[in-house]
Design a protein around this ligand. Structure first.
Ligand SMILES: [Zn+2]
Ligand SMILES: [Zn+2]
Length: 381
């Protein structure tokens, strides 16, 4: 198997981006690739649109896990690719096509060059939403094969190819969506005393929410509370009877997340009393932090530069979310950023990750799993 095989697979994934829990063609493509490998070296289970693949070790003491996410995003692609998305309005704009190709590259290596330990490859649906990690972690097939360690990577547009970045402890923030609906009474624009205006209530609410980060959170802690969308009313000369605020919360600790949510509840209750309206809060999708096991991450960071010849950066934590955090909340392990050098950020319709990062990642992880297992890696992979 050459690097081209996995670059080609990535291009095939790129053409069929599918939303969370609808990764039907993607699952099929992975299964048909796996069918081309020697079947006696693999054990395969499916869970919804996800797949678990075990590559049994020669003399297993433990099972090492590796996870790749599978879903695309509802984004209209604007790349210059000749292999653009064939699914109108959907795009692999977060690199999950790269993640799957890399996982298959690592898996293929170990099918041909077994190590002592068992390996479990986790193809996880619905990372972008509604969140596949938690239900997959709790599923019977996963529990039966639960690995003792787990690793994952995410492409990073800002770093050059041949560079990875990580840190012990928090890598990604805790995140929660936020949807608040306010219901008052609509009425004639010129008769405000007979209506209950939700434009005013929503405006007050948006402003008051800003006091949480500035007044309730330890200034040395980090929290983001953004209202990204506000909607109210129907027409310029009608008082708005309803309003909706949509936002997101990011924190670097689970405690701060709880505190922010408590404060939001109190402030919303105050708006209800103050404006005589009804309010409801929906927390939407919640992702727990990605917490890199300190010892495992330090050991990886020490091993990495001397053994691979690639560049390692100790990065800062990011306020983005990643549901791999649920795996790390139960299984020790770590995640790192893989440099793919492109001027466009994740979720951008023009993002074109550099595919040369695919063989780099396969090389890094195959070397590392040989190292973890205490087995020498063959010179010719
Ligand atoms: Zn994403
Ligand atoms: Zn992603």
């Amino acid at each position: 198997m050459t690097a081209e095989t996995f670059i080609e697979l990535r291009r095939q994934f790129h053409q069929i981006p599918e939303p969370g829990f609808a990764e039907v063609k993607t699952q099929q493509l992975i299964l048909s690739y796996l069918a081309s490998l020697p079947s006696h070296r693999l054990q395969i289970k499916t869970w919804r649109t996800g797949i678990l693949v075990k590559v049994p070790g020669r003399n297993p003491r433990r099972c090492i896990g590796y996870r790749a996410d599978m879903d695309g995003l509802p984004i209209r692609e604007e790349t210059s690719y000749g292999f653009q998305s064939r699914h109108e309005g959907y795009m692999h704009a977060c690199g999950h096509d790269m993640h799957m190709a890399i996982a298959l590259g690592i898996l293929t290596h170990f099918v041909h060059h077994p190590i002592d330990d068992d390996l479990l490859f986790v193809f996880q649906p619905a990372e972008e939403g509604p969140g596949g990690a938690l239900p997959m972690l709790e599923s019977e097939p996963f529990r039966a094969w639960k690995p003792d360690l787990i690793f994952a990577l995410h492409i990073a547009p800002e770093y050059p190819v041949g560079t990875i970045a990580t840190r012990p402890g928090i890598l990604f923030a805790n995140t929660s969506e936020l949807f608040i609906d306010l219901t008052g009474t609509s009425g004639h624009a010129a008769l405000p005393h007979r209506a209950n205006d939700m434009v005013i209530a929503a405006s007050q609410l948006a402003i008051q929410l800003q006091s949480i980060v500035s007044r309730n959170i330890d200034p040395l802690d980090s929290v983001v509370l953004t209202i990204g969308k506000m909607e109210a009313g129907t027409k310029q000369n009608v008082i708005a009877g309803t309003a909706r605020l949509e936002g997101t919360i990011r924190t670097l600790s689970a405690e701060a997340m709880e505190k922010v949510k408590d404060r939001i509840k109190s402030i919303v209750r105050g708006i209800e009393v103050g404006f005589g309206c009804e309010a409801s809060i929906d927390w939407g999708a919640n992702y727990c932090q990605v917490y890199n096991h300190p010892d495992i991450t330090r050991a990886f960071m020490e091993w990495f530069p001397s053994e691979t010849g690639y560049q390692l950066i100790k990065c800062r934590e990011a306020m983005t979310g990643e549901d791999f955090g649920y795996f790390l909340s139960e299984i020790p392990g770590m995640m790192f950023w893989l440099g793919v050098e492109t001027p466009y950020g994740l979720h951008h319709p023009k993002i074109e990750p550099n595919e040369n990062a695919i063989p780099v990642a396969i090389d890094v992880m195959t070397r590392y799993f040989h190292h973890l297992s205490g087995n020498h890696r063959p010179a010719q992979p």
